[in-house]
Design a binder for this molecule. Structure first.
Ligand code: AHR
Length: 507
C-alpha cells in the first residue's frame, strides 16, 4: 500500500495551460502530411489544414503550438514563406532528410492553423543564421496594426489584421544547431536581438506585455549554460532587464540506450522499460537544478522555465527516412508522458510552458498519419486524461512511493502523482504506476474535505501495446471505477503500467 496525502486548501501555483503545449517543426511529416495537406487535397481539410487532426487536437485543448523549429528555425527565412505559393522560394531542408521544402506552409498558414486549433502562437525566430533586421521585421509583420512597410506587406498578402504573438523564441539550441555558441556569446546576442523584438502593443513598456520573449536555455544538464546565460543577461544587477527575458528554455529527450543507439520504440525488454522511465523521471532533477540557478538571479520566479522540447526519442521505424524521426508509440510512452506531466505540474511555480516533441509523425507524437488515415497514440490519450489540470491551482500533495526497477542505476518512483483544483472546486488527481507487475493500493487522504463522488479514466495495457492503422483502438482511455470512497478520502487499486485521472467531488 502507498499513502497519498492531498491538501486541497493549500494552493501552491497556477498550472499554466501552456504546460500542455506542443511543438511542430518542418521535419519529416509533421507539417506536410501531418497538419497540412493543401487546399486541393482529397483529404478533408479547411484551407489546407487536416480536419481530423484539428478536431483531435481541439479535443485535448491544445493550448500553444511552437513553430517552425527546432534546428529548422535557425535556418528559416520567413520571407521565403509568404506571398503567392507558386513563387515562394524552395530550399533544401539540410537538417532533416535533405528534402525539398517548398515553403507552402509559412507565416499565414501557421496563424490560420493556430486559429483553427484555438491555441496560442509560439514562433521561434532565427538568431543562428538570420539578421537582427530579419527578426525584427518578422515581428513587425505579425503584430503591427498601423501603417508600416511590413504591416502593409502582410495586408498585401491577404491578412488585414495583425495576429497575436504571445510567445517568441530568440533562437533555438544556439549551443548546437543554432550556431554553436558559448553561453556568454549567445547571451550577448540575445540581449541585442531581443532589443528589436518590439512590443508594438506596448510601446511605452508600461502597459500589459503582449510578447513573452524566450531565451535559449540549456541542453539537458548543462548547468554552465544556464549560469552563463543568466549571468550575462543579469550582469550589474540590471533589474530593468527582467522585463526582457520572460522564459528560459530547456531541452531534454529520453533515449533509452543513449544518444548514439537510442533503441527501438516497440521492441524492448523489462530492463529497458525501467531504464526509459527512470530517464523520464530525471526531468525532475533537471527542473530542480536549473531552477535553483535561476533562483539566484530571479528569486521571485518572474522568468519561466520553458521546457519547449521534451519526449522519448527512439530509433526510427524500420524502412523510414532516418532524417524524418518517425517512431511508434506504446504504453511505455504513455508512462513517459504521465510521469513528465506530473513533474511539470509539481513545478508549476517555475515551469510555465512545455512543448512535447513533436505533435504529428515525429518523435513522441500524439498523432500518426498515413495518407488519409490517422491514429491517436497512447501519448495522446494521456494528454486527454491530464487536460483537466489546465489552468487549475496546483495543491500541496505528497506520496510515500517506493522505488521500482530492475537495475540499481535505473530506479524510478513506482507511483508519481499531482493534484489540482479547478475553478468549480473539483479536485483532479493524476497517478502513474511504473511497475510492470504490481497492482498497488493507493490510500489517498484528502485533508479537510469529505469525498462525495469520483470519476476515473485510465490508460493501461501491455508494456509494448500500441495503436496501428489496422487496429487504431488498442490503447484508449477506459472508464475506471476500481476505487472506494473512505472516511478520509479514497482507496484506489492502481493496475501496473497505468496512467490514471480521477475527478473528485468533495464537500
Ligand atoms: O525535435 C527534433 C530536434 O531536436 C529539434 O529540431 C532540435 O531543436 C532538437 O535537437
Amino acid at each position: 500500500m502507498v499513502n497519498l496525502t492531498i491538501h486541497p486548501d493549500k494552493r501552491k501555483a497556477r498550472i499554466h495551460k501552456e504546460i500542455y503545449g506542443h511543438f511542430s517543426e518542418h521535419l519529416g511529416r509533421c507539417i506536410y502530411g501531418g497538419f497540412y495537406v493543401g487546399e486541393d487535397s482529397p483529404i478533408p481539410n479547411v484551407r489546407g489544414m487536416r480536419t481530423d487532426v484539428v478536431e483531435a487536437l481541439r479535443k485535448i485543448r491544445i493550448p500553444v503550438l511552437r513553430w517552425p523549429g527546432g534546428c529548422f528555425a535557425d535556418e528559416y527565412h520567413w520571407m521565403d514563406g509568404i506571398g503567392p505559393k507558386e513563387s515562394r522560394k524552395k530550399m533544401i531542408n539540410t537538417h532533416w532528410g535533405g528534402v525539398m521544402e517548398d515553403n507552402s506552409f509559412g507565416t499565414h498558414e501557421y496563424f490560420e492553423l493556430c486559429e483553427q486549433l484555438g491555441c496560442e502562437a509560439y514562433v521561434n525566430g532565427n538568431l543562428g543564421s538570420g539578421t537582427v533586421k530579419e527578426m525584427s521585421e518578422w515581428v513587425e509583420y505579425i503584430t503591427f496594426e498601423g501603417v508600416s512597410p511590413m504591416a502593409d506587406l502582410r495586408r498585401q498578402n491577404g491578412s488585414e489584421n495583425a495576429w497575436k504573438l504571445p510567445y517568441f523564441g530568440v533562437g533555438n539550441e544556439n549551443w548546437g544547431c543554432g550556431g554553436n555558441m558559448t553561453p556568454e556569446y549567445y547571451a550577448n546576442e540575445y540581449r541585442r536581438y531581443q532589443t528589436y523584438v518590439r512590443d508594438y502593443k506596448n510601446p511605452d513598456n508600461h502597459g500589459q506585455k503582449s510578447i513573452n520573449k524566450i531565451c535559449c536555455g540549456p541542453n539537458v544538464d548543462d548547468y554552465e549554460w544556464t549560469r552563463g546565460v543568466m549571468d550575462t543577461c543579469f550582469r550589474h544587477c540590471e533589474t530593468r532587464f527582467h522585463g526582457n527575458m520572460d522564459g528560459l528554455s530547456l531541452h531534454y529527450y529520453v533515449h533509452p540506450e543513449g544518444w548514439e543507439i537510442k533503441g527501438s520504440a516497440t521492441d524492448f525488454d523489462d530492463k529497458t522499460w525501467y531504464k526509459t522511465l527512470s530517464k523520464a523521471w530525471y526531468m525532475d532533477e533537471l527542473v530542480r537544478r536549473h531552477s535553483e540557478i535561476m533562483d539566484e538571479y530571479d528569486p521571485a520566479k518572474q522568468i519561466a522555465l520553458v521546457v519547449d522540447e521534451w519526449g522519448a526519442w527512439y530509433t526510427v521505424e524500420p524502412g523510414t527516412n532516418p532524417g524524418f524521426l518517425y517512431q511508434q508509440n506504446t504504453i511505455r510512452d504513455a508512462l513517459v508522458a504521465g510521469i513528465t506531466l506530473n513533474i511539470f505540474n509539481k513545478h508549476a511555480d517555475r515551469v510555465r510552458m512545455a512543448n512535447l516533441a513533436q505533435t504529428i509523425n515525429v518523435l513522441q507524437s500524439v498523432i500518426l498519419t498515413d495518407g488519409a488515415d490517422m491514429l491517436l497514440t497512447p501519448t495522446y490519450h494521456v494528454f486527454d486524461l491530464y487536460k483537466d489540470h489546465q489552468d487549475n491551482d496546483l495543491v500541496k500533495s505528497f506520496i510515500d512511493s517506493p522505488e521500482t526497477g530492475a537495475e540499481a542505476e535505473y530506479r524510478v518512483p513506482q507511483i508519481t502523482e499531482s493534484a489540482s483544483v479547478d475553478k468549480d472546486g473539483l479536485l483532479h488527481i493524476t497517478l502513474t504506476n511504473a511497475s510492470l507487475a504490481e497492482r498497488t493500493e493507493v490510500k489517498a487522504m484528502i485533508c479537510g474535505h469529505r469525498v462525495l463522488s469520483a470519476d476515473g479514466g485510465i490508460v493501461c495495457g501491455a508494456m509494448d501495446q500500441k495503436n496501428t492503422f489496422e487496429e487504431p483502438d488498442q490503447v484508449t482511455v477506459q472508464n475506471f471505477s476500481d476505487f472506494q470512497i473512505t472516511e478520509d478520502g479514497l482507496t484506489v487499486n492502481l493496475p501496473p503500467r497505468s496512467v490514471l485521472h480521477l475527478a473528485v467531488k468533495t464537500a
